[in-house]
Design a protein around this ligand. Structure first.
Ligand code: NAD
Length: 491
């Protein structure tokens, strides 16, 4: 029988308790993995990521994925999909959205404990509840003797390999459109996903509609990507693993894929920008979530006229970032998620130094214990350097001087990524012209990292395939069927 996780939070930002089962969630029940394996959790909050084992959750296998797919298939055919009118699905999603809201503090606390993220929470489930009864096709005027129309039908069983925040981004549109789900959370942050499963039951989502199989990438993740009965897989993670998923999808049943992958996003700041605003947003853009953000603005291009002033203010702002336990009220930056990630970041900092870039700020570890990295700014970097080309996924960025619009557009687009970008200028014509020339799925103008459930998010180039959020996300989860009816007069 799976263990229960019970924990009392007594922190400056949250006081409360949590208690839930930590098994695989299949058919509405928490069960052991078929091999009775477990995944150790190394919470980053309370123990400041010192590698201590805090609790464990059941570990799934390829066999468990297969069981979950069969259960999800049955649920699709009997208690969800086209059997349940959109309005009924909407009501269940509304209930889930309300439960998430009511338990938001607890979910946020679990994320901080598991992930090291500073305390905070945002949902979007209510947005998709509103869509569940509004997914419609078209009637098409082809010929007076014919009736032609389209239906947007659910795909069936969909696989999702995603971190927790994306749980909300991806589950809600999948359910709103009538699909059933087999999901693998990150092996680093399974707790909040399992807590959500209890809420899914409480909301009245029929058993088997959502199934969660915690496990590792090369077992559970690979089994989801290659499963012949899963007809679509949604993935959020690195470009490296995204390629493997695409390959597995191609080699198995040509399942549809959406990939939200990495980035190396440019933030372009012109001479005429509001300097304080640019500094504020650039700091948020680069250092939010300790730089562990796919859309981190990690290449900051500053026009020559304000380069020195920007660098001075940006450095001052970065120095103000308070680093420590994410449960503390006065902390902006928690620890990196794991030893591996910490080592990777330090490796990049070392490579920047070795290649001849200059560490302008930071570059080291903070404190003796825990995976805390100093906010780090490089200057004098060359375009071909690894720190300019590769995603670091940590609080490390480069500041680069540019002369003119043409020059900066060329440099900003000189990357195989294309997830996000930003432009700062008070000249709105210039800002919009540059926004249109930047090759990225999102361009922020005079802001950074603003999200809304109605606004699509996804990448150009190797940053991904497809869009999450907004009405666009619904397209990922439906098949369009064209029906052509001979009304009776066409021979
Ligand atoms: P990762 O690619 O290492 O792992 C992501 C998931 O893939 C994990 O659940 C892992 O178990 C699984 N996995 C590993 N090997 C697999 C395989 N062979 N088959 C199937 N699944 C496998 O990424 P991460 O370290 O969790 O996250 C960091 C990356 O995610 C960064 O590159 C970041 O930019 C990206 N990311 C992108 C977005 C976006 O919206 N574009 C959002 C968040 C993170």
């Amino acid at each position: 029988m799976p263990a229960r996780f019970e924990y009392e939070f007594d922190t400056p930002v949250y006081k409360g308790s949590t208690s839930f089962e930590t098994g695989l969630f299949i058919g509405g029940d928490f069960v052991d993995g078929s091999d009775l394996g477990t995944i150790e959790c190394h919470p980053t909050g309370k123990y400041l990521a010192t590698g201590k084992v805090f609790t464990s959750v059941s570990e799934g296998t390829a066999k468990d994925v297969d069981i979950a797919v069969q259960v999800a298939q049955k649920a699709y055919e009997t208690s969800w999909g086209l059997n349940v009118p959109g309005l009924e699905r909407a009501n269940i999603l509304w209930k889930l959205a309300q439960l998430m809201e009511a338990n938001a503090q607890e979910l946020a606390a679990l994320e901080s404990l598991d992930n090291g993220k500073t305390f905070g929470w945002a949902s979007g489930t209510d947005y998709y509840a509103g869509w569940a009864d509004k997914v419609t096709g078209q009637t098409l005027e082809t010929d007076e003797r014919m009736l032609a129309y389209t239906r947007h039908e659910p795909i069936g069983v969909v696989g999702q390999i995603i971190p927790f925040m994306m749980f909300v981004w991806k589950i809600a549109p999948a359910l709103a459109t009538g699909n059933t789900v087999v999901l693998k959370p990150s092996e680093f942050t399974p707790l909040s996903a399992l807590r959500m499963c209890a809420l899914i039951n409480e909301a009245g989502v029929p058993p088997g509609v959502v199934n969660v199989v915690p496990g590792y990438g090369d077992t559970v993740g690979a089994a989801i990507s290659a499963h012949p009965k899963i007809e679509k897989v949604a993935f959020t993670g690195s470009t490296l693993v995204g390629r493997k998923i695409m390959e597995a999808a191609a080699k198995s049943n040509l399942k549809k894929i959406t990939l939200e992958l990495g980035g190396k996003s440019p933030n372009v700041i012109f001479d005429d920008a509001d300097l304080d605003q640019a500094v504020k947003w650039a700091t948020h853009g680069l250092f939010w979530n300790h730089g562990q953000a796919c859309c981190a603005g990690s290449r900051i291009f500053v026009q020559a006229g304000i380069y020195d002033a920007f660098l001075a203010k940006f450095t001052e702002k970065a120095r103000e970032i308070r680093i420590g336990d994410p449960f503390s009220a006065n902390v902006d930056q928690g620890p990196q998620i794991s030893q591996i990630q910490y080592d990777r970041i330090m490796g990049y900092i070392e490579s920047g130094r070795r290649d001849g870039a200059k560490v302008h700020l930071g570059g080291g570890r903070v404190g003796g214990e825990g995976f805390f990295v100093e906010p780090t700014i490089f200057v004098d970097a060359k375009p071909e350097m690894k720190i300019v080309q590769e995603e670091i996924f940590g609080p490390v960025g480069v500041v680069v001087k540019f002369e003119n619009e043409e020059d900066v557009i060329r440099q900003a687009n000189d990357t195989f990524y294309g997830l996000a970008a930003a432009v700062f200028s008070k000249d709105i014509s210039r800002a919009i012209t540059v926004a249109h020339k930047l090759k990225a799925g999102t361009v922020w103008v005079n802001c950074y990292n603003t999200f809304h459930p109605a606004v699509p998010f996804g990448g150009f180039k190797q940053s991904g395939i497809g869009r999450e959020l907004g009405q666009y996300a619904l397209d990922n989860y439906t098949n369009v069927k064209a029906v052509q009816v001979n009304i009776g007069t066409r021979l």
